[in-house]
Design a protein around this ligand. Structure first.
Ligand code: TXE
Length: 494
């Protein structure tokens, strides 16, 4: 079956290219999908442009758009088994994690279905003869570029608000994980999305993705992925001054004070960094711990990390899965090697597992690098793997200074039993999300995004919808009259 969806049709790539998808946990065959080139992406942009400029969708009443989003959420829930399985096969993540993701995807569509984008406000003109309104309108054609770690979830964070606000879009998921985006487009089609409103292109970033940042007919590009690619997307978008939203990951601090609930802090320090093998933009990859408790805490953490069971997506005993690709595992390994060369002490992991049955996958043992400090590359750079660096502090000021000493600013946590300290420190951290005595929860109602080089703009929440909205000021003089600013024929001039 063709897998590009352009102008309401499932089609093959113009040049006939295809790509084979294999499960990173064992290299088993998953699918062959079409590989778009720039020509296909431009065709998709043209379709989205026509649907926006001449179609009904942007002016469709919000209630009708919301009803469609609810139908999509229903269908996602009804297809949960198929979607979770497809997500796990593409990413290698454990099935239970994919199942959680599908619940969140449906929730995201419902949230944006309930958030009206058709509002506006009346402005006091100070003139009884004039009416002034600021109204919200869709931005236009949106280029949506997503990564491989949470393929459908990240697509839903963009597709749902884009549609809620009345935009049309071209979605380009990661070339490594296309399957659930294909299912999403099928569901959108079944739920009655008009032709051209939603389009899907699959393929490599440099060919299929780049036109979404460069093309003058794209009004907004929303990108989630790596920092280097994000900078490239932003630079390309500058040529046509399009709106840009970027979510670029982080190097997130997890600060543990000596007065924290030790058992909870320890358990969550493991989840913070090793969930999905660290391939999470908000992973708590920097443990910043009060010096007085460091030895015992880190010893316990290493003991627990050593016991984490790795396995494939359908292994019921597995607690963590594989990395996405050989290239990514090589990158993580090189990062650990560089950390050791810089003086970090390897406490556990630092290698692929020896377990029989895992040798065909790109697994990497949970790794702890001890005795780190913030001037080290392994603390500053995102590994995006199961690697924790450990730094210590004495006192609140030093904890804050160390945590903020990074180019990133996505998320992080504070563990303490002192509520006023928790609030004080939360206020001083330059992060888009701060958790207190918890790690990882997010809500579709609350904005998600980063300070500093973690990104531009926000996803989720009312501000997440706002990225997909343009504001227009409409001023009407209900009693038109000459302004008298310039001389009239009667009053002067040559
Ligand atoms: O992501 P890329 P990669 C981080 C993580 C990881 C690193 C690189 O540190 O190791 O990024 O990962 C598309 N124009 N994150 O190389 O390249 C690409 O096809 C337009 C953090 O896999 O950023 C894919 O769809 N698009 C992150 C998407 O960009 C382009 C999640 C992301 O790929 C493009 C993933 C171009 N020139 C990795 N080049 C997070 N924030 O959650 C590539 N793409």
């Amino acid at each position: 079956m063709p897998t590009l969806f352009i102008d309401g049709q499932w089609i093959r790539a113009a040049a006939g290219g295809t790509r084979e998808i294999r499960c990173p946990a064992d290299q088993s065959f998953v699918a062959i999908v079409d590989e778009a080139g720039a020509i296909d992406t431009v065709a998709a942009i043209d379709a989205a442009r026509r649907a926006f400029d001449t179609g009904d969708w942007p002016a469709t009443p919000f209630t009708a758009r919301a009803a469609l989003l609810h139908r999509v959420a229903d269908q996602i829930e009804a297809s949960s088994v198929e979607i979770s399985r497809a997500e796990s096969l593409d990413t290698g993540k454990r099935l239970v994690e994919s199942e959680y993701d599908v619940v969140d995807v449906a929730r995201c569509f419902r949230y944006f279905a309930g958030l009206s984008a058709s509002g506006g406000r009346v402005v006091d003109t100070g003139n009884p003869g004039a009416i002034s309104r600021v109204v919200q309108e869709p931005v236009g054609v949106c280029g949506l570029i997503t990564p491989w770690n949470y393929p459908l979830l990240q697509a839903s964070w963009k597709v749902a608000p884009a549609l809620a606000a009345g935009n049309t879009f071209v979605l380009k998921p990661s070339e490594l994980t296309p399957s659930t985006s294909i299912i999403l487009m099928r569901i959108l089609q079944e739920c009655g999305l008009p032709a051209g409103v939603g389009n899907l292109v699959l393929g490599a970033g440099a060919t299929a993705g780049a036109p979404l940042a460069e093309h003058p007919n794209i009004d907004l590009v929303s990108f989630t992925g790596g920092l280097v690619t994000g900078r490239r997307v932003m630079a390309a978008a500058a040529a046509t001054v399009k709106k840009v939203a970027l979510e670029l990951g982080g190097k997130n601090p997890n600060i543990v004070f000596a007065d924290a609930d030790r058992a909870a802090a320890l358990d969550n320090a493991l989840t913070a960094v090793f969930l999905h093998s660290g391939q999470v933009c908000s992973a708590g990859a920097r443990l910043i711990i009060e010096e007085s408790i460091r030895d015992e805490f880190v010893d316990d953490l290493v003991r627990r990390a050593n016991r984490i069971v790795l396995g494939g997506p359908f292994d019921p005993l597995a607690q963590a899965g594989t990395l996405i690709s050989r290239a990514h595992r090589d990158k993580v390994d090189a990062y650990v090697e560089a950390g050791i060369a810089e003086g970090a002490v390897l406490r556990c992991g630092g290698r692929a597992p020896d377990d029989l049955g895992l040798d065909a996958g790109w697994f990497y043992r949970p790794t702890v690098l001890d005795r780190c400090h913030s001037s080290m590359g392994c603390v500053q750079d995102e590994s995006f793997g199961p690697v924790l660096t450990v730094e210590t502090f004495r006192g609140e000021d030093e904890a804050v200074a160390i945590a903020n000493d990074t180019i990133y600013g996505l998320a992080g946590a504070i563990w303490t039993s002192d509520a006023s300290r928790a609030q004080r420190v939360a206020g001083r951290l330059r992060l888009g999300t701060v958790w207190i005595n918890d790690y990882h929860p997010y809500l579709p109602q609350a904005e998600w995004g980063g300070f500093k080089q973690s990104g531009v703009g926000r996803e989720l929440g009312p501000t997440g919808l706002g990225e997909y909205v343009e504001l227009k000021h409409i001023y009407q003089n209900v009693n038109p009259a000459p302004s008298g600013w310039f001389a009239t024929d009667e009053t002067g001039g040559d």
